[in-house]
Every structure is written in structure tokens, then in C-alpha cells.
Design a protein. Structure first.
Lengths: 111, 113
């Protein structure tokens, strides 16, 4: 069964203090790994899709990387508006194309 | 281009009732998936529809069902509601089966009393 574990569960950072969120996964064959951001009371907002080990993608202060066992979401010089829950999900490369989600990392950026 | 829309946004029901939730995908998107989000279990896959056919189904009881119309709009139905069905129900769409990225709507918050 596909599994996704995210750590830490919660992270509080000062504005400008860079850090990384971790997503460890177990999947029979990886078709894609996805990062989403979710604000309270809203649906997840798509950030990145990664397909193969070594791949990196960037968007503003966020950079996502992928290895064969885990993915990192690096946040550089975060601002208060980056506060949200960040969700990681995997999709297997055959059979059910559902997304299997981790429970998320709740990030709080303190001004 | 408008995003995924879901109606209603909030719903309060009592145990034993049934409920129908609606989802309109992004224009041109033909695949619609449904997910249940709860504080304890996180996001869990319910089912996916493409071209009016259910392609995949998650591990939920038969009380949860869905359908898709020819215009790609989708509905999900929960019969005989239980307290544990209280959750945020999220709909996600993607253009087709060859595109992996799913785009989510704002969700319907269902409370069962």
C-alpha cells in the first residue's frame, strides 16, 4: 500500500528564516509526486509536480526536490503570507491513479 | 479560466439523512476526482470519473456514490449519514488521463448532527 509521511507536523519560523519540509514515501512505482498548499477553510492549491529522482522545481521562495525515497520543500526567506499547511501526495505508476496524501506540515511564519 | 467550483459550500444534516454534493470542473477538464478530508485521516480518495464512467474507487462503504454527466459535471451522494461523515469534501479535476496534476475546488463542509 502506498504511504506518505510528512515531517515535521508543525513548524514555526521567524520571517526570513529558511527551512525545509520533508516528505518520505513508499510506493510500488512512482508516477508523480505532488506538493500542494492549503489555507484554512480552502481547497489545496497546486504547487509542483516532480517525476524523477534528481528533479527540482522552483516557484518564488519555494523549491521542491526529489530523491528515490523522499522529497523536500525548501522555503527561502519566508514571509508571513507563506503560512499554510503544505501537503505532499504520490501517484503510483500503474493501477489506481489516485493521489495518496500525507497529513501535511502546518507552517507558521512569525513577522 | 474559472477554477473548480463546488456547491453548496456548507451543509448541515442529521444522522440518517442523505446528501448530494455538486462539482463543476475547470472548463475542458474531463476527469473529476472526489476526496474526503478529516483532521484525523487527512485527505482520502473516494472515486474518480472520466467520460461519465467511474474509473477508480477508494476504500469507502457503498453509502458513498457518485456520477458524472456528459458536460463533465459530477455529483457525489452519501446515504444514511453517520456522525463520522462530517468532513470537508473536495473535488479535483484534470484535463484527461494523460495529465497527472489535479486542481482542487474549495470544498463542501458537511456537518452531520
Amino acid at each position: 500500500e502506498d504511504q506518505v509521511t510528512q515531517s515535521p507536523e508543525a513548524l514555526r519560523l521567524q520571517e526570513g528564516e529558511s527551512s525545509s519540509l520533508n516528505c518520505s514515501y513508499t510506493v510500488s512505482g512512482l508516477r508523480g509526486l505532488f506538493w500542494y498548499r492549503q489555507d484554512p477553510g480552502k481547497g489545496p492549491e497546486f504547487l509542483f509536480t516532480l517525476y524523477s529522482a534528481g528533479e527540482e522545481k522552483e516557484k518564488e521562495r519555494l523549491k521542491a526536490t526529489l530523491t528515490k525515497k523522499e522529497s523536500f520543500l525548501h522555503i527561502t526567506a519566508p514571509k508571513p503570507e507563506d503560512s499554510a499547511t503544505y501537503l505532499c501526495a504520490v501517484q503510483a505508476d500503474f493501477g489506481n491513479e489516485k493521489l495518496t496524501f500525507g497529513t501535511g506540515t502546518r507552517l507558521t511564519i512569525i513577522p | 479560466k474559472a477554477g473548480v467550483t463546488q456547491t453548496p459550500r456548507y451543509l448541515i444534516k442529521t444522522r440518517g439523512q442523505q446528501v448530494t454534493l455538486s462539482c463543476s470542473p475547470i472548463s475542458g477538464h474531463r476527469s473529476v476526482s472526489w476526496y474526503q478530508q478529516t483532521p484525523g485521516q487527512g485527505l482520502q480518495f473516494l472515486f474518480e470519473y472520466f467520460s461519465e464512467t467511474q474509473r477508480n474507487k477508494g476504500n469507502f462503504p457503498g453509502r458513498f456514490s457518485g456520477r458524472q454527466f456528459s458536460n463533465s459535471r459530477s455529483e457525489m451522494n452519501v446515504s444514511t449519514l453517520e456522525l463520522g461523515d462530517s468532513a470537508l469534501y473536495l473535488c479535483a479535476s484534470r484535463p484527461g488521463l494523460s495529465t497527472d496534476t489535479q486542481y482542487f475546488g474549495p470544498g463542501t463542509r458537511l456537518t452531520v448532527l
